[in-house]
Design a protein around this ligand. Structure first.
Ligand code: NDP
Length: 275
Protein backbone atom coordinates (compact mmCIF):
# COMPACT_ATOMS: atom_id res chain seq x y z
CA UNK A 1 0.00 0.00 0.00
CA UNK A 2 1.46 3.43 -0.91
CA UNK A 3 2.75 5.44 2.04
CA UNK A 4 1.64 9.04 1.78
CA UNK A 5 4.18 11.60 3.05
CA UNK A 6 3.04 14.41 5.34
CA UNK A 7 3.40 18.16 5.35
CA UNK A 8 3.99 19.74 8.74
CA UNK A 9 1.50 22.57 9.20
CA UNK A 10 2.46 25.85 10.86
CA UNK A 11 1.21 24.62 14.25
CA UNK A 12 3.22 21.38 14.07
CA UNK A 13 0.28 19.14 13.06
CA UNK A 14 1.09 16.62 10.30
CA UNK A 15 -1.25 16.48 7.31
CA UNK A 16 -1.06 13.84 4.55
CA UNK A 17 0.02 15.39 1.26
CA UNK A 18 -2.63 13.41 -0.61
CA UNK A 19 -6.20 12.90 0.52
CA UNK A 20 -9.61 11.95 -0.81
CA UNK A 21 -12.18 14.59 -1.84
CA UNK A 22 -15.89 13.82 -1.65
CA UNK A 23 -17.61 16.80 -3.29
CA UNK A 24 -20.59 15.62 -5.38
CA UNK A 25 -20.57 12.17 -3.79
CA UNK A 26 -24.13 11.66 -2.53
CA UNK A 27 -24.38 10.72 1.16
CA UNK A 28 -25.65 7.22 0.33
CA UNK A 29 -22.55 6.59 -1.84
CA UNK A 30 -20.03 8.31 0.45
CA UNK A 31 -19.74 5.36 2.81
CA UNK A 32 -18.61 3.01 0.04
CA UNK A 33 -16.35 5.53 -1.70
CA UNK A 34 -14.60 6.51 1.53
CA UNK A 35 -14.28 2.86 2.57
CA UNK A 36 -12.61 2.08 -0.77
CA UNK A 37 -10.24 5.02 -0.30
CA UNK A 38 -9.31 3.92 3.23
CA UNK A 39 -8.64 0.38 1.95
CA UNK A 40 -6.41 1.84 -0.77
CA UNK A 41 -4.32 3.67 1.83
CA UNK A 42 -5.84 7.14 1.98
CA UNK A 43 -6.00 8.51 5.52
CA UNK A 44 -7.08 12.08 4.80
CA UNK A 45 -10.68 12.82 3.79
CA UNK A 46 -11.93 16.21 2.62
CA UNK A 47 -15.65 16.89 3.12
CA UNK A 48 -17.75 19.97 3.87
CA UNK A 49 -21.07 20.74 5.54
CA UNK A 50 -22.53 21.81 2.19
CA UNK A 51 -21.58 18.50 0.48
CA UNK A 52 -24.32 16.80 2.51
CA UNK A 53 -22.21 13.68 3.00
CA UNK A 54 -20.68 14.10 6.46
CA UNK A 55 -22.89 11.27 7.78
CA UNK A 56 -21.87 8.75 5.11
CA UNK A 57 -18.25 9.80 5.50
CA UNK A 58 -18.43 9.36 9.28
CA UNK A 59 -19.96 5.89 8.90
CA UNK A 60 -17.06 4.77 6.71
CA UNK A 61 -14.53 6.16 9.18
CA UNK A 62 -16.18 4.31 12.07
CA UNK A 63 -16.57 1.06 10.14
CA UNK A 64 -12.92 1.09 9.05
CA UNK A 65 -11.73 0.24 12.55
CA UNK A 66 -8.74 2.54 12.00
CA UNK A 67 -7.51 4.35 15.11
CA UNK A 68 -8.75 7.96 15.15
CA UNK A 69 -5.20 9.32 15.37
CA UNK A 70 -4.33 7.69 12.01
CA UNK A 71 -7.09 9.62 10.26
CA UNK A 72 -7.05 13.21 9.07
CA UNK A 73 -10.55 14.60 8.64
CA UNK A 74 -11.29 17.99 7.11
CA UNK A 75 -14.67 19.68 6.99
CA UNK A 76 -15.72 23.21 6.10
CA UNK A 77 -18.02 25.86 7.47
CA UNK A 78 -20.73 26.80 4.96
CA UNK A 79 -21.37 30.43 4.01
CA UNK A 80 -24.71 30.76 5.80
CA UNK A 81 -22.98 29.88 9.09
CA UNK A 82 -20.39 32.68 9.02
CA UNK A 83 -20.30 34.67 12.27
CA UNK A 84 -19.08 33.89 15.79
CA UNK A 85 -21.92 31.96 17.46
CA UNK A 86 -23.16 30.41 14.23
CA UNK A 87 -19.69 29.06 13.45
CA UNK A 88 -19.45 27.40 16.85
CA UNK A 89 -22.86 25.82 16.32
CA UNK A 90 -22.00 24.74 12.77
CA UNK A 91 -19.02 22.78 13.99
CA UNK A 92 -21.21 21.04 16.59
CA UNK A 93 -23.54 19.97 13.79
CA UNK A 94 -20.69 18.74 11.58
CA UNK A 95 -19.07 16.79 14.41
CA UNK A 96 -22.44 15.21 15.22
CA UNK A 97 -22.89 14.07 11.63
CA UNK A 98 -19.32 12.82 11.34
CA UNK A 99 -19.59 11.04 14.69
CA UNK A 100 -16.33 12.64 15.85
CA UNK A 101 -15.19 14.65 18.90
CA UNK A 102 -12.83 16.75 16.80
CA UNK A 103 -11.78 17.34 13.21
CA UNK A 104 -8.19 17.57 12.11
CA UNK A 105 -8.78 20.63 9.95
CA UNK A 106 -11.69 23.08 9.90
CA UNK A 107 -11.88 25.52 7.00
CA UNK A 108 -13.92 28.66 6.25
CA UNK A 109 -15.30 27.52 2.88
CA UNK A 110 -15.45 30.92 1.09
CA UNK A 111 -14.40 34.40 2.22
CA UNK A 112 -17.65 36.09 1.09
CA UNK A 113 -15.96 39.50 1.01
CA UNK A 114 -19.22 41.37 0.36
CA UNK A 115 -20.60 40.06 3.63
CA UNK A 116 -17.40 40.75 5.52
CA UNK A 117 -18.05 38.29 8.34
CA UNK A 118 -14.87 36.23 7.94
CA UNK A 119 -12.77 38.11 10.56
CA UNK A 120 -15.45 37.40 13.17
CA UNK A 121 -15.80 33.80 11.98
CA UNK A 122 -12.04 33.47 12.37
CA UNK A 123 -12.32 34.49 16.06
CA UNK A 124 -14.66 31.53 16.53
CA UNK A 125 -12.13 29.33 14.74
CA UNK A 126 -9.41 30.46 17.16
CA UNK A 127 -11.64 29.38 20.03
CA UNK A 128 -12.38 26.07 18.29
CA UNK A 129 -8.63 25.42 17.99
CA UNK A 130 -8.01 26.44 21.62
CA UNK A 131 -10.74 24.03 22.74
CA UNK A 132 -9.16 21.19 20.74
CA UNK A 133 -12.24 20.72 18.55
CA UNK A 134 -10.05 21.20 15.47
CA UNK A 135 -6.37 20.31 15.50
CA UNK A 136 -5.74 22.93 12.83
CA UNK A 137 -7.79 25.79 11.39
CA UNK A 138 -7.61 27.25 7.93
CA UNK A 139 -9.45 28.83 5.05
CA UNK A 140 -10.53 28.06 1.53
CA UNK A 141 -10.82 30.25 -1.55
CA UNK A 142 -9.12 33.17 0.21
CA UNK A 143 -7.50 35.76 -2.07
CA UNK A 144 -4.29 37.59 -1.11
CA UNK A 145 -6.15 40.57 0.40
CA UNK A 146 -8.36 38.31 2.55
CA UNK A 147 -5.34 36.48 3.91
CA UNK A 148 -3.57 39.76 4.72
CA UNK A 149 -6.63 41.06 6.55
CA UNK A 150 -7.00 37.89 8.60
CA UNK A 151 -3.33 37.72 9.54
CA UNK A 152 -2.97 41.45 10.31
CA UNK A 153 -6.19 41.50 12.29
CA UNK A 154 -5.74 38.38 14.38
CA UNK A 155 -2.07 37.46 14.29
CA UNK A 156 -3.21 33.86 13.71
CA UNK A 157 -1.97 32.54 10.39
CA UNK A 158 -4.27 29.96 8.75
CA UNK A 159 -2.60 26.53 8.56
CA UNK A 160 -4.03 25.88 5.08
CA UNK A 161 -5.64 27.75 2.19
CA UNK A 162 -7.56 25.31 -0.03
CA UNK A 163 -7.89 26.86 -3.49
CA UNK A 164 -8.75 25.92 -7.06
CA UNK A 165 -5.42 24.84 -8.53
CA UNK A 166 -4.48 22.67 -11.51
CA UNK A 167 -2.12 23.04 -14.48
CA UNK A 168 -4.45 25.52 -16.19
CA UNK A 169 -4.62 27.67 -13.03
CA UNK A 170 -1.33 27.24 -11.16
CA UNK A 171 -1.96 30.15 -8.75
CA UNK A 172 1.64 31.40 -8.58
CA UNK A 173 0.79 34.56 -6.63
CA UNK A 174 -1.11 32.76 -3.90
CA UNK A 175 1.50 29.99 -3.64
CA UNK A 176 4.19 32.61 -3.17
CA UNK A 177 2.18 34.38 -0.47
CA UNK A 178 1.49 31.07 1.27
CA UNK A 179 5.21 30.25 1.27
CA UNK A 180 6.04 33.62 2.88
CA UNK A 181 3.54 33.03 5.69
CA UNK A 182 3.98 29.28 6.19
CA UNK A 183 0.49 28.44 4.91
CA UNK A 184 0.09 25.04 3.24
CA UNK A 185 -1.39 25.22 -0.27
CA UNK A 186 -4.14 22.64 -0.81
CA UNK A 187 -5.38 22.19 -4.38
CA UNK A 188 -9.07 21.65 -5.06
CA UNK A 189 -10.13 20.16 -8.39
CA UNK A 190 -6.50 19.03 -8.66
CA UNK A 191 -7.35 16.95 -11.76
CA UNK A 192 -9.23 19.84 -13.34
CA UNK A 193 -12.38 17.77 -12.67
CA UNK A 194 -11.14 14.99 -14.93
CA UNK A 195 -12.54 15.46 -18.40
CA UNK A 196 -10.74 17.95 -20.62
CA UNK A 197 -7.54 18.39 -18.67
CA UNK A 198 -6.86 14.65 -18.52
CA UNK A 199 -7.39 14.41 -22.30
CA UNK A 200 -4.75 17.05 -22.98
CA UNK A 201 -2.25 15.69 -25.57
CA UNK A 202 0.82 17.09 -23.77
CA UNK A 203 -0.19 15.37 -20.52
CA UNK A 204 -0.90 12.17 -22.47
CA UNK A 205 2.58 12.29 -24.04
CA UNK A 206 4.32 12.80 -20.69
CA UNK A 207 2.23 10.02 -19.16
CA UNK A 208 3.17 7.62 -21.97
CA UNK A 209 6.87 8.45 -21.50
CA UNK A 210 6.67 7.43 -17.84
CA UNK A 211 4.30 4.50 -18.30
CA UNK A 212 1.79 6.33 -16.10
CA UNK A 213 -1.72 7.72 -16.50
CA UNK A 214 -2.56 11.40 -17.15
CA UNK A 215 -4.09 11.70 -13.66
CA UNK A 216 -0.88 10.38 -12.09
CA UNK A 217 1.20 12.90 -14.04
CA UNK A 218 -1.00 15.78 -12.91
CA UNK A 219 -0.88 14.64 -9.29
CA UNK A 220 2.94 14.37 -9.47
CA UNK A 221 3.07 17.90 -10.88
CA UNK A 222 1.16 19.11 -7.81
CA UNK A 223 3.29 17.20 -5.33
CA UNK A 224 6.50 18.47 -6.90
CA UNK A 225 5.19 22.06 -6.62
CA UNK A 226 4.60 21.41 -2.91
CA UNK A 227 0.80 21.26 -3.00
CA UNK A 228 -1.47 19.09 -0.88
CA UNK A 229 -3.93 17.30 -3.21
CA UNK A 230 -7.39 15.80 -2.68
CA UNK A 231 -8.47 14.06 -5.90
CA UNK A 232 -12.05 12.77 -5.94
CA UNK A 233 -13.29 9.59 -7.60
CA UNK A 234 -16.08 7.13 -7.04
CA UNK A 235 -14.38 4.59 -9.32
CA UNK A 236 -12.36 2.03 -7.30
CA UNK A 237 -9.63 1.61 -9.95
CA UNK A 238 -9.14 5.39 -10.15
CA UNK A 239 -9.14 5.73 -6.37
CA UNK A 240 -6.19 3.29 -6.30
CA UNK A 241 -4.50 4.87 -9.34
CA UNK A 242 -4.60 8.34 -7.78
CA UNK A 243 -2.69 7.36 -4.65
CA UNK A 244 -0.06 5.38 -6.57
CA UNK A 245 2.11 8.42 -7.27
CA UNK A 246 4.97 8.19 -4.80
CA UNK A 247 7.40 6.04 -6.77
CA UNK A 248 8.22 8.20 -9.76
CA UNK A 249 9.31 11.75 -10.43
CA UNK A 250 8.83 14.21 -13.27
CA UNK A 251 12.09 15.71 -14.51
CA UNK A 252 12.43 19.51 -14.65
CA UNK A 253 11.82 19.47 -18.43
CA UNK A 254 8.37 17.88 -17.91
CA UNK A 255 7.54 20.38 -15.17
CA UNK A 256 8.51 23.21 -17.53
CA UNK A 257 6.32 21.82 -20.33
CA UNK A 258 3.38 21.47 -17.95
CA UNK A 259 3.86 25.10 -16.84
CA UNK A 260 2.91 26.02 -20.41
CA UNK A 261 -0.68 24.83 -19.80
CA UNK A 262 -1.40 27.89 -17.62
CA UNK A 263 -4.18 29.80 -19.38
CA UNK A 264 -5.95 31.11 -16.28
CA UNK A 265 -9.01 28.86 -16.75
CA UNK A 266 -11.21 28.67 -13.66
CA UNK A 267 -13.66 25.81 -13.23
CA UNK A 268 -15.32 27.38 -10.22
CA UNK A 269 -16.43 30.95 -9.52
CA UNK A 270 -13.98 33.72 -8.69
CA UNK A 271 -13.89 33.88 -4.86
CA UNK A 272 -14.54 37.64 -4.87
CA UNK A 273 -17.93 36.98 -6.42
CA UNK A 274 -19.24 34.31 -4.07
CA UNK A 275 -21.50 36.18 -1.67
P1 NDP B 1 -11.06 16.47 -9.29
O1 NDP B 1 -10.10 17.37 -9.97
O2 NDP B 1 -10.61 15.67 -8.13
O3 NDP B 1 -11.68 15.52 -10.40
C1 NDP B 1 -12.72 14.62 -10.11
C2 NDP B 1 -13.27 14.07 -11.43
O4 NDP B 1 -12.23 13.42 -12.14
C3 NDP B 1 -14.38 13.09 -11.25
O5 NDP B 1 -15.29 13.29 -12.32
C4 NDP B 1 -13.68 11.73 -11.41
O6 NDP B 1 -14.56 10.77 -11.96
C5 NDP B 1 -12.56 12.05 -12.36
N1 NDP B 1 -11.34 11.27 -12.09
C6 NDP B 1 -10.77 11.06 -10.86
N2 NDP B 1 -9.65 10.32 -10.98
C7 NDP B 1 -9.52 10.04 -12.31
C8 NDP B 1 -8.57 9.31 -13.02
N3 NDP B 1 -7.58 8.70 -12.42
N4 NDP B 1 -8.74 9.22 -14.37
C9 NDP B 1 -9.76 9.83 -15.00
N5 NDP B 1 -10.69 10.55 -14.36
C10 NDP B 1 -10.58 10.66 -13.00
O7 NDP B 1 -12.35 17.37 -8.93
P2 NDP B 1 -13.14 17.85 -7.65
O8 NDP B 1 -13.81 19.09 -8.08
O9 NDP B 1 -13.96 16.78 -7.06
O10 NDP B 1 -12.01 18.28 -6.58
C11 NDP B 1 -11.47 17.41 -5.62
C12 NDP B 1 -11.94 17.77 -4.24
O11 NDP B 1 -11.62 19.12 -3.91
C13 NDP B 1 -13.47 17.74 -4.05
O12 NDP B 1 -13.99 16.43 -4.04
C14 NDP B 1 -13.60 18.51 -2.77
O13 NDP B 1 -13.24 17.69 -1.66
C15 NDP B 1 -12.58 19.62 -2.99
N6 NDP B 1 -13.21 20.85 -3.53
C16 NDP B 1 -13.23 21.97 -2.74
C17 NDP B 1 -13.78 23.15 -3.18
C18 NDP B 1 -13.75 24.34 -2.30
O14 NDP B 1 -14.43 25.34 -2.61
N7 NDP B 1 -13.02 24.32 -1.20
C19 NDP B 1 -14.41 23.26 -4.51
C20 NDP B 1 -14.31 22.05 -5.29
C21 NDP B 1 -13.72 20.90 -4.81
P3 NDP B 1 -15.25 9.57 -11.13
O15 NDP B 1 -15.57 10.06 -9.74
O16 NDP B 1 -16.47 9.27 -11.95
O17 NDP B 1 -14.26 8.43 -11.14
Amino acid sequence: MPKVPAVILNNGVEMPRLGFGVWQVPDRRARKAVATALEAGYRSIDTAAVYGNEKGTGKALAASGLPREELFVTTKLWNSDQGYDSALRALDTSLGKLGLDYVDLYLIHWPQPARDAYPETWRAFERIAADGRARAIGVSNFQPAHLDRLIDGSGVVPAVNQIELHPRLPQAELREQHARHGIATEAWSPLGQGKGLLDNPLIARIAARHGRTPAQVVLRWHLQLGNVVIPKSVTPSRIRENIDVFDFELPAADMAELAGLDDGTRLGPHPDRVG
